[in-house]
Ligand binder design. Structure first.
Ligand code: SF4
Length: 407
């Protein structure tokens, strides 16, 4: 098992990023009331995670000594296999990124820079010293390799130095580039140019992220629309885009929330029915309540296993961004006496039970496993076998819950 330690440098989206990207999900967010979540105590709604972490409510970057202390504490004196440096602001804007990398990389531990847009690099050669310090993997928000598009849509005043560093990282590290897809902006010919450039630079992969501009698409912080009148790719359209790009270039391409052509994630089991006999037998019945994107795939899996489990979709595209409103509007007529909601759904347990019993039927409500599958952000560095193993384990856990608490 890989022992990975997180070095969280803090920072505020937009404010510690050299200015907001126009598509940043945190742009225009004011105070957000806690949603409630799986970590909350039964009697109180709002814990540290759903009050602070979801809205990335850090006060600013943390001092380097504090980050180093937290890394040492989290490692329990054991040398981790990898340290991921990450934060709420942009890593390239963290003033101590190099000394922190030198410190954590001192014992030869490989460092992963978990998401940087490069907007804080001013010279263009910063990557060289970071690589010498031990950086071996970089998740780089490229958006586009066209400096003008970066200037305009990412608010990037250092577009040329950022892209120059991207090229240097690609020469020595595993670089996974990422791009939020704005329809009519960085898709089409601009995306083809970006992909050709990334291929030439030697990037390992590209994660395409579907932009969300409404509550249903996943904007839950009360700031929708982020870009008024901006068109958004439909789910099917986005899936086709990912497949097309994957067919045209040599590096791995995945999409989030859909799709990974190589592993079949999310819900790779839907196309690998030969693996389903490894799951436990389903002996009781329940209703699985999930997102619009996951519902058809889950139906495909469960209908091959049993007729005791039905799957209902809410109006939200992504399951772990479901909130209490998504249950309040749900037609309960086909919800069985035991209902399962996504494990990471953002609502307090008591409110979930109330919303799912508002027709007078007292239902048992269970949170499902932490995750049933992975999206393109995770699967890009996984094999099909690894994704299938993760899903077999998660679905087995879900079925055990159904067998224990179903009707
Ligand atoms: S770099 Fe990321 S966190 Fe910062 S403003 Fe852009 S999208 Fe938001």
């Amino acid at each position: 098992m890989v022992v990975e330690t997180l070095a969280d440098v803090g920072g505020r989206p937009g404010l510690d990023c050299n200015g907001f990207c126009s598509y940043c999900y945190f742009r225009g967010v004011r105070k957000v009331a806690p949603f409630g979540c799986k970590n909350c105590m039964p009697f109180s709604k709002g814990c540290d995670y759903c009050t602070r972490a979801i809205a990335e409510g850090y006060p600013g970057f943390k001092p380097m000594n504090m980050v180093a202390f937290e890394v040492a504490q989290a490692s329990f004196g054991v040398r981790p296999d990898k340290v991921t440096i990450s934060g709420g602001g942009d890593l390239s804007c963290y003033p101590d990124l190099l000394p922190l990398s030198q410190l954590v990389g001192k014992s030869g531990v490989p460092i992963h820079l978990g998401y940087t847009s490069g907007k804080g690099f001013r010279r263009g050669d910063e990557a060289e010293a970071l690589i010498r310090a031990g950086v071996r993997e970089v998740s780089f928000t490229v958006f586009s390799t066209d400096p003008d598009l970066r200037r305009r849509w990412m608010n990037d005043k250092n577009a040329i130095p950022a892209l120059s560093n991207l090229r240097t990282f690609c020469q020595s590290c595993d670089v996974y580039a990422a791009a939020v897809m704005l329809k009519g902006v960085n898709d089409g010919p601009a995306l083809e140019k970006t992909c050709a450039d990334l291929e030439e630079m030697g990037a390992r992969g590209l994660i395409l992220m579907r932009f969300a501009n409404s509550r249903e698409q996943g904007l839950i912080l009360g700031n929708a629309p982020i870009i008024p009148d901006q068109q958004v790719h439909g789910v099917e359209e986005f899936r086709d885009l990912v497949a097309d790009i994957n067919n045209s270039y040599h590096f791995r391409v995945t999409g989030t929330p859909l799709w990974d052509p190589e592993t079949g994630a999310p819900f790779a089991l839907a196309r690998r029915k030969d693996m389903l006999p490894r799951l436990p037998e389903i002996r009781r019945s329940a209703t699985v309540i999930t997102s619009l994107v996951a519902a058809p795939l889950l139906r495909e899996i469960f209908s091959s296993l049993t007729d005791r489990v039905n799957v209902l979709a809410t109006g939200k595209d992504v399951g772990c961004l479901m909130t209490i409103e998504d249950l309040q509007g749900l037609d309960l007529s086909s919800v069985k006496r035991t209902a399962i909601v996504p494990g990471r759904m953002l609502a307090h347990d008591r409110e979930i039970r109330q919303a799912l019993s508002r027709d007078g039927v007292d239902r048992m409500v269970i949170r499902g496993p932490e995750r049933l599958s992975v999206d393109g952000e995770m699967s890009i560095s996984m094999t099909e076998g690894e994704v299938l193993e993760l899903e077999i384990e998660a679905f087995s856990e879900l079925i055990e819950d159904i067998n224990a608490l179903g009707v």
